[in-house]
Design a binder for this molecule. Structure first.
Ligand SMILES: NC(=O)c1ccc[n+]([C@@H]2O[C@H](COP(=O)([O-])OP(=O)(O)OC[C@H]3O[C@@H](n4cnc5c(N)ncnc54)[C@H](O)[C@@H]3O)[C@@H](O)[C@H]2O)c1
Length: 400
């Protein structure tokens, strides 16, 4: 099957499949990430067939009873709790999935680890590196499996990019260039939300979008040695949006820039903003090496632009657009005939399948899945960029 190209039915019988085990899932939060994760738990048993275990959606925790009850019904959870402590104490829950805001990551994840649950927590793992370290210590002490939801590692084109780099197809890596640009708070009348408060979010776009490209830098190129950073807040006061006419203070960054020197000698730039008018979810990565380059654009996630110095006659040298949808491309044999593209939500199917396989079959989550180690390291790098910005762009060494 792996080498089959063109039309494949994906409906082949896989033979003697016995009874499938199940794994009890308890989820915190039912909004954006809750929906993305619930969608993936529902899909993964039949798309990633045969699944290592069928997710049993035990309960969702939220604070508002009628809303969490409706979410449980909508996403197919058996029940709900209005306090995450009840969820963590539920013996049916084997995997705790934390899709809450950043200030609801540490305490519930640490409690879940102490209760012996395996955990996946959304990024950024903690609001600071110190908080992320407490979470890492807790899961390591408990000996549970732990994943940090850096889902872009599970885009087929990103996994393919990593394979190309590992195979040496790009040669020695010189440059990593990443931007992650959105526009959703550019309007000054956009109200205060938890993402704009340091107390809730830890940082602004740095920990939100920056953490993703920091993780991809580590995944694709390697460990950073040092960073220089600049953070900027463009709009400091915003309406509370509660009808009171009052405003609240934005105490996190709206945009950041960083220079990175990697341990392997490569250099990089990172930039993220929520003020990039016209940009929706523009995550673009370019990597240049001695033998070639690649470009990835999240809004074209089935594609990878690849240039190889010695591919073909010089008259046609340049970037080729590769549709990463062949059955021999990463993850693809589970999906559709080539060219029948997949979307952003399917990265979560791959991610949660990988996690459940690791739990059920006692496999490591790293190097392809991100763990709390990766969540902690991304937080160290975020803190270093913030420190550099406070010190007028001074170079800050990365020490884990
Ligand atoms: N991997 C990604 O691509 C990605 C994308 C968006 C967000 N995220 C991360 O996911 C997390 C959640 O973000 P979101 O966009 O889903 O936020 P959101 O505001 O849409 O949803 C947060 C949910 O948590 C609930 N909640 C808040 N406090 C709670 C508490 N104390 N107990 C129980 N429930 C509580 C809210 O009611 C809501 O259901 C954040 O850490 C964010 O950084 C990751």
């Amino acid at each position: 099957m792996a080498d089959q190209v063109g039309f494949v039915t994906m409906g082949d019988a896989k033979g003697q499949i016995g009874e499938l085990p199940s794994i009890g899932v308890g989820m915190l939060g039912y909004a954006f990430m809750g929906k993305a994760h619930a969608n993936a738990y529902r899909k993964l048993p039949y798309i990633m067939w045969p699944p290592p275990a069928v997710p049993r959606l035990v309960a969702i925790a939220g604070r508002n009873e009628s809303a969490v009850q409706e979410a449980a019904r909508r996403y197919g959870f058996e029940g709900y709790y209005t306090d995450w402590r009840q969820l963590v104490a539920d013996p049916r829950v084997q995997l705790f999935d934390n899709g809450g805001p950043n200030d609801a990551h540490a305490e519930p994840c640490i409690a879940a680890a102490e209760a012996g649950k395996h955990i996946i927590c959304e990024k950024p793992l903690g609001r600071t590196a110190a908080e992320a370290k407490q979470m890492l210590d807790a899961v390591q002490k408990a000996g549970v499996k732990h994943a940090c939801a850096f889902n872009y590692r599970f885009v087929p084109a990103i996994r393919q990019a990593r394979q190309l780099i590992e195979q040496g197809a790009l040669g020695q890596i010189y440059h990593f260039r990443a931007v992650y640009l959105q526009e959703w708070i550019a309007d000054p009348s956009f109200p205060m939300v938890w993402r704009l408060r340091k107390e809730n979010a830890g940082s602004g776009v740095l920990g939100d979008l920056g953490a993703h490209i920091i993780d991809l830098a580590r995944y694709l190129v390697g460990e950073p040695k040092a960073v220089n950073g600049m953070l900027k807040t463009f709009i400091n006061e915003r309406p509370l949006g509660d009808g009171s006419g009052k405003t609240g203070t934005v105490d996190v960054d709206d945009a950041f820039l960083a220079m990175v020197e990697f341990e392997n000698g490569a250099i990089g730039t990172l930039e993220a903003s929520r003020f990039a008018t016209g940009r929706k979810n523009h995550q673009v990565i370019e990597i240049n090496g001695s033998k070639g380059s690649l470009v990835f654009n999240l809004e074209r996630l089935n594609e990878l632009d690849v240039h190889l110095n010695d591919a073909g006659p010089r008259e046609v040298q340049g970037f080729s657009n590769v549709l990463v949808t062949e059955s021999y491309h990463p993850f693809w044999s589970n999906w559709w005939p080539h060219g029948h593209i997949i979307g952003w939500e399917h990265t979560f199917v791959h991610e949660l399948h990988h996690l459940i396989d690791a739990i059920v079959n006692d496999k490591p989550i790293d190097p392809h899945g991100a763990t709390f180690v990766d969540g902690y390291r991304a937080a160290v790098i975020c803190d270093a960029i913030e420190l550099s910005s406070r010190e007028n762009g001074a170079r800050v060494a990365i020490e884990y």
